[in-house]
Design a protein around this ligand. Structure first.
Ligand SMILES: Cc1ncc(COP(=O)(O)O)c(C=O)c1O
Length: 381
């Protein structure tokens, strides 16, 4: 290993939301989707150089940043992006909310598959649009979470927008080519705009798998797709606030940009600096990160799957494990494990009570201690 994934960088700062939640308490925070590692040294070096200039005016993407984004999309997904398609954003949640306002009126339903990252459910409500929740089918033996195609086809008939999470948070699915093709066909048939949140797309855990942006399936599908991407999860730089909407269709892009007017601020210039370094120079760090995350994922499954009736979905992407606690007879698993010294995310917030989400983006020592606490609480020590 060239890089250090054994040290926790968050202990050196006072402003970290993940750790501050439990300040003064002996609770290991494995909740919000930030990792505990320092970002790639290539990114820190680029930021240090930019800060040293002392010039912090309003900023815009440089030719270097655009080249880094276009280059990474070609290198990593074989996607030939046109620079005109790029709309910088301070965050993806803004993108979800803008998209809900820009792609339909008050009567037009927004569809999303649950359980899901909570802003997928709040964005339609904030935008005054009805939400249709489509429960994913729970895993059966040897399978993972799946689409309910019959229900999707039925609900799509009265919807205008599909909010897709690709890969999916919290169940960790990387949608297969077949699943994406079926989604594409339904979007075409029912004239849906698809908002494809691909924030976790550079965190595919199976060696050799390559992310397929939804918009690369066909030019027709690209014309109805708003892709949301960011380096924030992969490189642990969410606090720098830099994300992207990628919108090939000019009419859709202009509607999105009109909705942003007067509300969405300029992107933070240090976010731009970090994004350029990430997309250009981050690949070696990311490869080592993925090896660490794979080990951590396997450790979570080894410790918890089957323990006292718990079931852990094996994530194909992300550093998040989705854990079914219903078989353990624990009424409120988030509270239960918090009382045992481990702070997890509550499945109820994702639309599925009885589950918790565990963030394994942390040094092995932290994870080992957290898993030991959970096993002790379950009587499995
Ligand atoms: C699917 C998904 N979208 C968006 C976000 C957050 O995006 P941002 O911090 O850029 O608003 C997260 C954070 O975990 C996420 O999991």
């Amino acid at each position: 290993m060239t890089y250090d994934f054994t040290t926790s960088a968050v202990h050196a700062v006072a402003d970290n939301i993940k750790w501050n939640k439990y300040a003064g308490r002996d609770v290991l925070p494995l909740w919000v989707a930030d990792m505990d590692f320092a970002t790639a040294p290539e990114i820190t070096a680029a930021l240090q150089q930019r800060v040293a200039r002392g010039s912090f005016g309003y900023s815009e993407p440089t030719a270097e940043l655009i080249a880094a984004i276009v280059g990474a999309a070609q290198r990593d997904y074989g996607w030939a992006l046109h620079p005109d398609w790029l709309v910088p954003l301070p965050g993806l949640v803004s993108g979800l909310n803008i998209a809900c306002r820009a792609t339909g009126g008050d009567a037009d339903a927004v569809l999303t598959a649950t359980p899901i990252y909570p802003p997928f459910m709040s964005a339609p409500a904030f935008s005054g649009r009805p939400l249709t929740k489509l429960p994913l089918l729970e895993p059966t033996e040897g399978e993972s979470w799946r689409w309910d195609w019959v229900a999707l086809e039925r609900e799509a008939a009265s919807a205008r927008t599909l909010l897709l999470c690709h890969p999916h948070n919290p169940v960790g699915r990387v949608w297969t080519a077949d699943e994406l093709a079926r989604l594409a066909a339904i979007a075409e048939r029912h004239d849906l705009t698809v908002v494809s949140d691909e924030i976790h797309c550079d965190l595919l855990l199976e060696p050799g798998t390559r992310h397929a942006p939804l918009a690369t399936l066909s030019p027709e599908l690209a014309a109805r797709t708003i892709t949301l991407m960011a380096p924030s999860k992969t490189y642990n730089i969410a606090g720098l606030g830099c994300a992207l909407a990628i919108i090939p269709d000019a009419t859709l892009r202009h509607a999105f940009q009109r909705t942003m007017r007067g509300i969405v601020p300029h992107v933070n210039l240090l976010g731009y600096t970090a994004a350029a370094a990430a997309y250009r120079d981050g690949a070696a760090w990311r490869a080592e990160l993925l090896a660490v995350l794979r080990q951590n994922r396997d450790a979570v499954i080894a410790a918890l799957d089957g323990a006292a009736g718990l079931r852990v979905t094996r994530p194909q992407a992300t550093y998040l494990a989705w854990i079914d606690c219903r078989g353990a007879g624990i009424a409120q698993p988030q509270h239960y494990f918090e009382a045992a010294g481990v702070g997890l995310s509550d499945g109820a917030d994702f639309g599925l009570p009885g589950f918790v989400r565990l963030n394994f983006g942390c040094p092995q020592a932290t994870l080992t201690e957290a898993l030991a606490r959970m096993r002790r609480a379950l009587g499995c020590a």
